[in-house]
Design a protein around this ligand. Structure first.
Ligand SMILES: [Zn+2]
Length: 93
């Protein structure tokens, strides 16, 4: 599915419609020393260390895409609800 790189939508900070730049959200790098990451490593350690069965056949065939809208006037960023799309492209219109 093709999406425009820029759209006009409501900005809660400007309290009016503004031109928004669209971009795709990407998860940041995982920190190995984070509490949850350390706990996970500890539980996985040793004999029978698998916390949960590995997914043999995933039910979903697509991954969710989260769009970030950035207001061009005040630079406020807004996250949209994730949508499931097989193919996604940002296209300049
Ligand atoms: Zn704004």
């Amino acid at each position: 599915m093709n999406f425009p790189k820029e759209t006009r939508s409501y900005c809660p900070k400007c309290k009016s419609h503004q031109i928004m730049k669209l971009s795709i959200y990407k998860a940041g790098k995982r920190r190995g020393m984070a509490e949850g990451e350390r706990r996970h490593a500890l539980r996985k350690k040793g004999y029978g260390g698998q916390k949960f069965p590995k997914l043999a056949k995933p039910a979903k065939t697509t991954k969710k895409i989260t769009l970030i809208e950035t207001c061009t006037t005040c630079k406020k960023k807004m996250m949209n609800k994730g949508i499931r799309i097989r193919k996604f492209e940002l296209v300049a219109v």
